[in-house]
Design a protein around this ligand. Structure first.
Ligand SMILES: Nc1nc2c(ncn2[C@@H]2O[C@H](COP(=O)(O)OP(=O)(O)OP(=O)(O)O)[C@@H](O)[C@H]2O)c(=O)[nH]1
Ligand SMILES: [Mg+2]
Length: 347
């Protein structure tokens, strides 16, 4: 292929890929097209440069649509605690109240396999069929950090699409909860009663993140135990240091199979929203989160930039080996690498 030929072929290919413009996608997203929303999230997840450019354009447009009536809720808990079943019931209840609900999943296991949350769509049978709902599993084979970045951006797209409630689900395995906490307004932790070890491997730090702690599967023989556990947790939560937003975490019991009382759960969330909007923390918290993500993004983009240079990558590997052996301090190694590869390039 001669060079002119190649140029025109590339141009054609590019125009095919971008056969839709950011403005078009935005119009469709705002008109409620789930297809356009899905497509834009897929663009966000793509590693192709052209897709990324288009995705960032859509994202920028979406950011300009102020939709501050939304609430972002993180739902987490150990595997099998009943997250998906809870979201199915909660989501349907919210739809009954006239709301539109988006569910985004952060699945730590998808970093290594094809993504187990996909199977969860079956646990959200009815919800996944409702047009007022949108369920999106995390992309498979992406690092947890990558998944979190995409999820954060997907939240913005969902809000521009007019969703009132965005639920971010994650399996609690100790590393993903903090990440979810840094992108939501309200953090709901599902727990089980009578599992013996009261904290069920959930570290105190994670309990401290919770705004509402729900003892789940409070049904049948489990009901009394669940009530006792909820009281125990309530007492434990009071011993935690006060939060910046002056919200004292609440406890509740819930069952997804026996008379679910989602109105009580929603009442807590509304109380929280009113409380933090009145004291100004709601917005301050979102702004702080943006600051946090800016810093994360800076690190990520710098490393990505540096990774494009083979020699810089090789040098980094050498320094990593030295740090591991203890022949150079982590600070010294970072300083040396930054001076050589970043400052040298005129930053
Ligand atoms: N008795 C009872 N069982 C429940 C309840 N909620 C969920 N289950 C059962 O608990 C099991 C796990 O439920 P899921 O909703 O898949 O739990 P999960 O937390 O999403 O699980 P992972 O996605 O694997 O982390 C299933 O067999 C459900 O039928 C509940 O409220 N009461
Ligand atoms: Mg699940």
């Amino acid at each position: 292929m001669n060079s002119d030929h190649k140029k025109s072929w590339l141009k054609k290919r590019r125009s095919r890929r971008n056969d839709v413009s950011a403005a078009q996608l935005l119009t469709e997203i705002q008109a409620g097209s789930r297809d356009a929303l899905s497509r834009s999230i897929t663009l966000l997840e793509s590693t192709k440069v052209a897709d990324q450019v288009l995705a960032q354009e859509v994202l920028k447009d979406c950011l300009e649509i102020k939709n501050d009536q939304t609430i972002r809720i993180g739902i987490t808990g150990v595997p099998g605690v009943g997250k998906s079943s809870f979201i199915e019931i909660f989501g349907l209840w919210l739809i009954e109240q006239g709301k539109q609900v988006a569910i985004l999943a952060i699945d730590p296991s998808s970093a290594s396999n094809s993504g187990s949350i996909l199977g969860d769509k079956t646990r959200m049978n009815e919800l996944s069929m409702r047009e007022e709902a949108f369920i999106r599993p995390s992309p498979a084979g992406t690092s947890l950090g990558g998944v979190a970045r995409k999820t954060r951006e997907s939240i913005i797209l969902c809000e521009a699409a007019g969703f009132d409630v965005v639920l971010v689900e994650t399996v609690g395995v100790g590393q993903s909860e903090g990440m979810v906490h840094s992108m939501v307004d309200f953090f709901l932790l599902l727990m089980l009663s009578g599992a013996g070890d009261e904290l069920q491997g959930i570290k105190r730090g994670i309990m401290e993140l919770a705004d509402l702690l729900v003892v789940n599967k409070a049904d049948g023989d489990n009901l009394t135990k669940a009530k006792v556990a909820a009281r125990t947790y309530k007492n434990a939560l009071h011993l935690f240091p006060g939060k910046e937003n002056r919200w004292v975490a609440e406890t509740a019991i819930s069952s997804s199979v026996e008379k679910p009382k989602m109105d009580e759960i929603w009442a807590v969330i509304e109380r929280f929203e009113n409380h933090t909007k009145e004291n100004g923390h709601f917005l301050r918290h979102r702004n702080q989160q943006n600051l946090h993500w800016f810093k994360e993004e800076l690190t990520h983009q710098l490393l990505q930039l540096a990774g494009q240079n083979v020699d810089a990558k090789k040098h980094r590997k050498e320094l990593e080996n030295q740090v591991e052996k203890g022949t150079v301090s982590p600070f010294e190694a970072a300083d040396c690498w930054i001076k050589k590869w970043i400052l040298k390039n005129g930053i």
